[in-house]
Design a protein around this ligand. Structure first.
Ligand SMILES: CC(C)(COP(=O)(O)OP(=O)(O)OC[C@H]1O[C@@H](n2cnc3c(N)ncnc32)[C@H](O)[C@@H]1OP(=O)(O)O)[C@@H](O)C(=O)NCCC(=O)NCCS
Length: 185
């Protein structure tokens, strides 16, 4: 089911094909900005049909709660992404989070505002217990943001993800929810 979250300055909406033009405009504008933290992208990544197909697939993943993919909007403009992936229930009740904000919108506390709302949804509405976020050791902005949100460093993973053309080390962090209900098994 589609979800919409409102904060003081933002609206977060889960993936749906109707967002494709705004999503594509966001990725096109921020191609260079996002490149240092990007995984390999499919050949049709910067096309409307490819974007529509990926949004339809993400909506399907949401229906099964394998993924909770949010787009961050100001008015009709997509300015960022917050994506919970590899959502796992059972006794783990955990998900990984990935995020990014457009270069024109950095440095205003908007990503923090978006992440607080999205994590609140995962904890309070969906009952998740752990959110994990991993960042490149050189990505000080991301490390600072996670610290401000209360994420705690848990380790250092060598050659962890294939990012920007190479296997790269990552700092591993997590935030836990002490109020999560016991898992339903
Ligand atoms: C990592 C990233 C999301 C951080 O974005 P950000 O805008 O710096 O993060 P925040 O929302 O926490 O904003 C913090 C900044 O806003 C400032 N700010 C201004 N108004 C603010 C407000 N009302 N509330 C909070 N902070 C505010 C803070 O002082 C801080 O500024 P500083 O960076 O100069 O110290 C962004 O750099 C990005 O998208 N990078 C590319 C993709 C990426 O790295 N993704 C993460 C992969 S792990």
């Amino acid at each position: 089911m589609r979800v919409e979250l409102c904060t003081n300055r933002l609206v977060l909406r889960t993936a749906e094909p109707a967002l494709a033009p705004a999503v594509l405009a966001y990725f096109e504008e921020n191609r260079a900005h996002l490149a240092p933290t990007s995984p390999p992208l499919p050949a049709d990544f910067y096309t409307l049909t490819g974007t529509e197909r990926r949004l339809a697939r993400a909506e399907e993943e949401l229906a099964h709660e394998r993924q909770v993919p949010f787009f961050v909007l100001q008015g009709k403009e997509v300015i960022g992404t917050v994506n919970f992936n590899q959502c796992c229930r059972g006794v783990f009740l955990a998900a990984y989070v990935g995020y990014g904000i457009g270069h024109r919108h950095e440095g205003r506390g908007l990503m923090r505002e978006a992440l607080e709302a999205a994590i609140g949804h995962m904890f309070d509405e969906r009952g998740f217990h752990r959110i994990m976020a991993n960042y490149l050791p050189t990505n000080e902005r991301s490390g600072g943001l996670l610290r401000r949100l209360g994420f705690v460093v848990e380790g250092y993973a060598r050659d962890y993800l294939f990012i920007a053309g190479a296997w790269r080390d990552h700092v591993m962090t997590s935030l836990t929810n002490p109020d999560a209900p016991p898992p339903v098994v």
